[in-house]
Design a protein around this ligand. Structure first.
Ligand code: HDD
Length: 697
């Protein structure tokens, strides 16, 4: 029998051929790595367990079998209690503006300074296997491996939160997660328990406006903003404190999808966001965000209309500008999802000299929770020794020892301090972390400050800062979510809260929910401040990104398509820094007009237009007007307000969809390179939102 090739040894095939006849030996490779047990013993046969006769019972003494299955049985660790589904990548933070006079934090010491980072994006409510495009808040966690230790900025893609005090967090999470009796719904807030809790929690109303907006259905991780949420402190070398709020601004611009698209994307590609990040890094199109800070002092805090320690409030950029101080670039995908993305352990209490906490009661509670949860999840106190969690730019030296899975092998007798042996690390009052010297007085009480009691004004401010289209999306989201509540009282309580935010919104929601009488608004601790000005920074749709960079044009072709037009589209998209995917009835390729077989990236049945940012339809003589998948492709692109480019040969498909090629300016005729260029330029705007008013009921 011929031996297997050295490049592609196929022992499985060999063994199955020989094993049936009772012959169980196999050919060993002459070189290359040997397969071993965890004890290092080379394994002779990885296809057959040790049996008493063949066939016959398996023997207990088969240590290779037992060890292999034992290890497999223990592969899983508890998923995160929230933010279970996430995706990480490595990168660099580059300081673009030194802040040495404001903070002694190492990453901001000098302009141009680089700090290694690991970033993990996540959804909140769904389990590890839930789809990426659930309507949900997204986590945005950044671990800075600084020369003075690890600093974790554990934020979200929304600048405010549902609750003001950490003591309410377990209830919030229980309410949104699957109900304990039935174990569903998964990765959704559209159910009774969530809205029951929310409608009894007025402080959540501002966050709810954000949650019902398209912020919770982002186009990708790379088009999300990020926020530290809480007010933190920068502390200078002299011990002076400046309050600070952190913002991440995506260089690709803020972009989201529409709800119907999110729902369909979850079926077509449940991994859409992680795939998008992976693909972007693999093709060298490294996603970037600017880090911005809002810095202010106690006088500003005292004069601001809300309490800066209240995590349900933001500070509008118009009142305190966001100053850009650095850039984050993600340029390395993980090598091993479990080792890095799963085992990374973030903690809000991981701060470095120059960064300190504020008295925000949510932040204070978080500082306890994160360390605690890692013990459960990662199994012991030595998770800081895992490579992804180890500090990089500095030494770690202390007397912490032993514990589960200790990997350090420290020598010598000294494991305490002070010691008279003159050995071992010592604390250093000048170089060490010193907490900001804040005066603290007061009675020990369980009391929410009065300054936290205005729950509706910023909810209204957010709502009036949205474009008409975005307001429509908020209304539709509320109607969708509340229509999933079976208990009418819950719907009524929610609509009653909306009365304090915007009466028109409340009335429209009531109408969409089929409510015959408007409920009375609940008593409010503070009346809504009607005079707050809209803030442009709160809208996603304005302004639009100024290029098609990082986005994907899906081009639908069929045999006989115009190859010249496709080339022109590819050239125009490449110039923008975008990506073209070619969709055709068969994955094997499509013949172009000059009889060349053109490669295809996606088969039409598996590539609905929800996976693309804009579409072009270039059929050849093979008409697509009778193809249900092609009709869905075009109809969906149209209803999701995408820019659509169409060649003359696409007219029968357009007619089959009941559309008209000239019905709006988002429909572009493709005939030559100039028209292809003009179409791609038009695609820079996120969508052709003007279409929405014409097509929505
Ligand atoms: Fe939290 C994870 C963000 C409030 C308790 N949280 C977690 C993650 C993010 C946030 C992004 C995922 C980290 C990762 O990628 O591994 N959490 C927030 C934000 C909050 C917030 C922005 C409010 C401003 N969290 C919050 C509160 C508590 C927690 C009030 C508890 C009192 N969060 C946790 C946790 C998690 C967590 C249970 C689960 C997994 C983990 O920590 O590592 O400790």
């Amino acid at each position: 029998m011929a031996g297997p090739s050295k490049q592609t040894p196929d022992f499985g095939a060999l063994i199955s051929k020989t094993g049936l006849g009772g012959e169980v030996h196999q050919h060993a490779p002459d070189d290359g790595e040997r397969l071993t047990t965890a004890q290092g013993v080379v394994i002779a046969d990885n296809q057959n367990s040790l049996r008493a006769g063949a066939p016959g019972p398996t023997l207990m003494e088969d240590f290779a079998l037992r060890e292999k299955i034992f290890h497999f049985d223990h592969e899983r660790i508890p998923e995160r209690v929230v933010h279970a589904r996430g995706y990480g990548a490595h990168g660099t933070f580059i300081c673009t503006r030194a802040l040495g006079d404001v903070t002694r934090a190492a990453p901001f010491a000098t302009e141009g300074q680089e700090t290694e980072v690991f970033v993990r994006f996540s959804t909140v409510a769904g389990s590890k296997g839930s789809p990426d495009l659930a309507r949900d808040v997204r986590g945005f966690s950044v671990k800075f491996y600084t020369s003075e230790g690890n600093w974790d900025l554990v934020g979200n893609n929304i600048p405010v939160f549902f609750i003001q005090d950490a003591i309410k967090f377990p209830d919030l999470v229980h309410a949104v997660k699957p109900a304990p009796d039935r174990g569903f719904p998964q990765a959704q807030s559209a159910h009774d328990n969530f809205w029951d809790f929310i409608s009894l929690t007025p402080e959540a109303m501002h966050m709810i406006m954000w949650q019902m907006s398209d912020r919770t259905i982002p186009r990708s991780f790379t088009t999300m903003e990020g926020f530290g949420v809480h007010t933190f402190r920068f502390v200078s070398a002299e011990g002076k404190s400046t309050f600070v709020k952190f913002h991440w601004k995506p260089r690709m611009g803020l972009q989201s999808v529409v709800w119907d698209e999110a729902v369909k994307s979850n079926g077509a590609d449940p991994d859409r966001h992680r795939r998008d990040l992976w693909d972007a890094i693999e093709r060298g199109d490294f996603p970037e965000w600017d880090l911005g800070v809002q810095m202010f002092d106690q006088d500003f805090a005292d004069s601001f209309a809300f309490d800066v320690l209240d995590p349900t409030k933001l500070i509008p950029e118009e009142e305190c500008p966001v100053e850009l101080i650095g850039t984050l670039r993600l340029d390395r995908a993980v090598d091993n999802f479990f080792a890095e993305t799963e085992q990374v352990a973030f903690c809000t209490a991981n701060v470095i000299p120059g960064i300190d906490f504020s008295d925000d009661p949510l932040l204070q509670g978080r500082n306890f929770s994160y360390l605690d949860t890692q013990l459960k999840r990662l199994g012991g106190p030595n998770f800081t020794k895992l490579p992804v969690n180890q500090p990089r730019g500095c030494l770690v030296s202390n007397y912490q020892q032993d514990g589960h899975m200790q990997t350090e092998h420290r020598k010598g007798r000294i494991n305490y301090e002070p010691n008279g042996w003159g050995e071992g690390p010592r604390a250093h009052p000048l170089e060490g972390y010193v907490s900001y010297k804040q005066q603290v007085t007061g009675d020990k009480v369980r009391l929410r400050p009065e300054s936290f009691s205005d729950h509706y004004s910023q909810a209204r401010q957010f709502y009036i800062s949205q474009t008409a289209s975005e307001q429509g999306h908020i209304l539709a989201a509320l109607a969708f979510e509340l229509s999933k509540c079976t208990e009418p009282a819950i719907r009524e309580r929610m609509v009653a809260h909306l009365m304090h935010i915007d009466t028109e919104l409340a009335e429209s929601a009531a109408e969409k929910l089929g409510m015959t009488d408007m409920p009375e608004p609940p008593p409010a601790a503070q009346p809504t401040q009607m005079g707050l000005k809209p803030s442009a920074a709160l809208s996603i749709q304005s302004p639009s990104p100024d290029s098609f960079k990082g986005r994907v044009l899906g081009v639908l072709i069929s045999d006989g398509f115009d190859g010249g037009l496709l080339m022109a589209l590819k050239t125009a998209v490449k110039k923008e820094g975008g990506v073209v995917r070619i969709v055709a009835p068969k994955i094997g390729g499509a013949m172009c007009s000059s009889d060349n077989l053109h490669p295809v990236t996606d088969q039409l049945g598996g590539a609905p237009s929800v996976l693309f940012d804009a579409v072009a339809i270039l059929p050849g003589e093979q008409s697509l007007s009778a193809s249900p998948a092609a009709i869905d492709f075009l109809k969906d692109a149209h209803v999701h307000c995408k820019h659509i480019g169409a060649s003359e040969s696409a007219m029968d498909l357009i007619a089959a969809c009941g559309l008209n090629s000239a019905q709006d300016d988002g429909m572009h005729r493709l005939s030559d390179p100039a028209s292809a260029q003009a179409f791609v330029t038009a695609c820079r705007t996120q969508r052709f939102w003007e279409r929405e008013a014409a097509i929505l009921p």
